[in-house]
Design a protein around this ligand. Structure first.
Ligand code: GDP
Ligand code: PGA
Ligand code: MN
Ligand code: MN
Length: 606
């Protein structure tokens, strides 16, 4: 057999032997027309953006510099959890919350899917680094993809190209991440704007630290540095090495006295991380700056405190609901351009629009590429998919904290867990100690959102907002959280809080105004840590009364605030069997301390 010659394959800007042989192996399997080593330059991005415009994938926006509108295939709009697998050697290591397949079996399925899958397309090799390039041990990966959309999106979301490859040297370890949209082109066959495949697999091999994804172009399925590497694979590395890889925003809170605290918060997808990360507090003198809006890697520092780093370099934010009132800093970030908008509406003057944004247009092109008018909106037809997204560089955020790129990270004072619950869960609740906080996180529940395919609105347990992202057995994950607390100096551990911005009144309206008003809850939490704020000890934790919160100037009825804060014993007693059922599902690996917490909660509820 003659060795395959594929244009570009031999123009590798590296001498890294393992990388070279993997790239060759993938090229020979997938049979692209050419291979491009991605350098991450602005010229390259412009070439790819233009290629996407020419292909009909992108429409260049007139009203935002270097920005693009993109509509996906209507069947490729969210993460596909039922097609996402953890392929550990032993099924017990994937646990009851993940789909599992034997790695040898999965690899043979994937190999057959990948065979010839890049015919007629370009194969891109993207070296990237999650977290600062200056880290003591940079977390490297290489994504191979046949999607230009993925290349330009990785350019926004990660530190990639030549600057990342420079860190590889000849033998640095990296996570190989293989992605294909799974849509080979026969000679002369016309391409579609959003190539993808009905067969989708998002697969992870935790023992060998590999990722293979097929059939989808959607962010969470295709930008493999994000959920696949920084959460699923990183969580398994973190467990081995004694740290945490979490689905958390990171923010910096400065008080009027210029006291600084850093807060990390885990909410399930589409439950308010990006909004809280960029919040503009309504209470005078308080300031929030952003370090991350989706993922936090947290390690103990030499001083015994927990330090957080954001592995990403961009925001992949939920578009609908984002406006100048709810999230002005996100609006300012995207105004600066250099952004990709997927599955929102395109206005006739070449800008973007979505439900909840100001200045509703009289006519637009919907995400389904159909005419859309406000009358359609009134008839319930959305202009934008509920999980439509903006992809924009963090560096453009006007409230970016200067230390966002510090490889040492920032010391975390408080961890928030939160979900989307119409009832039961009060606005804010402080854990008594670390173990109780881990119990809160482990039993976190939320209504399902459009960020993942499937039925929206159903309440499910979403431990630490990590249900779709824990790369191993959830029981082992809880044990890891418990053990980190046991081995730490309890005084230096972050305090844990459980919040719910989404409790509703009888008429279904939100009881708490949320968004910028959430700064009042941040203030209370920090004042609790500093011993300055009061709370009531309830069966479920320390909950403030309305009088304990700073509500000055708040436009909301006291009755609503009190209802948002209420701890209803009957509602909580109804919650207990659901927690029981969840713990039963976790099985033997559930730490006994969490079972103890449940028993104690039952006792307190009477
Ligand atoms: P993420 O996916 O966790 O980053 O969530 P986002 O911050 O993007 O928010 C998801 C959706 O929830 C958006 O439509 C927001 O407008 C909405 N949202 C965010 N924060 C709040 C809040 O405090 N109250 C209410 N009612 N909605 C919120
Ligand atoms: P989100 O990120 O948490 O901001 O929604 C995307 C996702 O989790 O799929
Ligand atoms: Mn997320
Ligand atoms: Mn987000």
């Amino acid at each position: 057999m003659t060795a395959l010659t594929i244009p570009g394959l031999d123009q590798a800007p590296t001498t890294h032997a393992r990388l070279l042989s993997w790239v060759r192996e993938v090229a020979e399997l997938t049979a692209p027309d050419e291979v491009v080593w991605v350098d991450g330059s602005p010229e390259e991005a412009e070439r790819l953006n233009q290629k996407l415009v020419d292909a009909g994938t992108f429409v260049r926006l007139q009203n935002k510099p270097n920005s693009f509108w993109c509509a996906s295939d209507p069947n490729d709009v969210a993460r596909v959890e039922e097609r996402t697998y953890i392929c550990s050697v032993d099924e017990a290591d994937a646990g009851p919350t993940n789909n599992w397949m034997n790695p040898v079996e999965m690899k043979s399925i994937m190999t057959e899917l990948y065979r010839g899958c890049m015919r007629g397309r370009t194969m891109y090799v993207i070296p990237f680094c999650m977290g600062p390039l200056t880290a003591e041990k940079p977390m490297l990966g290489v994504e191979i993809t046949d999607s230009e959309y993925v290349v330009v999106s990785m350019g926004v979301m990660t530190r990639m190209g030549s600057k990342a490859l420079a860190v590889f040297g000849d033998d640095a370890d990296f996570v190989p991440c293989l992605h294909s949209v799974g849509a080979p082109l026969e000679p002369g066959q016309a391409d579609v704007p959003w190539p993808c495949n009905d067969t989708k697999y998002i697969t992870h091999f935790p023992e060998t630290r590999e990722i293979q994804s097929f059939g989808s172009g959607y962010g969470g399925n295709a930008l493999l540095g994000k959920k696949c590497y920084s959460l699923r694979i990183a969580s398994t590395i973190a467990r081995e090495e004694g740290w945490l890889a979490e689905h958390m925003l990171i923010l910096k809170l400065t008080s009027p006295e210029q006291k600084v605290h850093y807060i990390a918060a885990a909410f399930p997808s589409a439950c308010g991380k990006t909004n809280l990360a960029m919040l503009e507090p309504t209470i005078p003198g308080w300031k929030v700056e952003t370090l991350g809006d989706d993922i936090a890697w947290m390690r103990f520092g030499a001083d015994g405190r927990l330090y957080a780093v954001n592995p990403e370099a961009g925001f992949f934010g939920v578009a609908p609901g984002t406006n100048w009132k709810t999230n002005p800093n996100a609006m300012r970030t995207i105004e600066r351009g250099n952004s990709v908008f997927t599955n929102v509406a395109l206005t006739d003057d070449g800008d973007i629009w979505w439900e909840g944004m100001e200045n509703e247009p009289a006519h637009a092109t919907s995400w389904k590429k159909q005419d859309w008018t406000p009358a359609d909106g009134e008839a319930g037809v959305l202009s934008s998919h509920a999980n439509s997204r903006y992809c924009t560089p963090m560096s453009q955020c006007p409230v970016l904290a200067p230390e966002w790129d510090d490889p040492n990270g920032v010391p975390i004072s408080a961890i928030f867990f939160g979900g989307r619950r119409a009832g039961t869960i009060p606005l804010v609740n402080e854990a008594r100690d670390w173990q109780h906080g881990v119990f809160m996180g482990a039993t976190l529940s939320s209504e399902k959102t459009a960020a993942a395919a499937g039925k929206v609105g159903e309440v499910r347990r979403d431990p630490m907002a990590m249900l779709p992202f824990i790369g191993y057995h959830a029981g082992d994950y809880f044990a890891h959280w418990i053990s980190l607390g046991k081995n730490a100096d309890s005084v230096k551990l972050p305090k844990i809080f459980y919040v719910n911005w989404f409790r509703r009144g009888d008429d279904k309206r939100f009881l708490w105004p949320g968004f910028g008003e959430n700064g009042r809850i941040l203030k209370w939490a920090i004042e609790r840590i500093e011993g300055k704020a009061a709370a009531v000890e309830t069966p479920i934790g320390h909950v403030p009364t309305a009088a304990d919160l700073d509500l000055s100037g708040l436009d909301a009825s006291l009755a609503d605030i009190e209802a948002a804060l209420a701890v209803d014993a009957a509602e909580w007693r109804a919650e207990l069997p659901l927690i029981e059922e969840w713990f039963t599902q976790i099985g033997d690996k559930l730490p006994s301390s969490l079972r103890d917490e449940l028993e104690a909660l039952k006792q307190r509820l009477g």
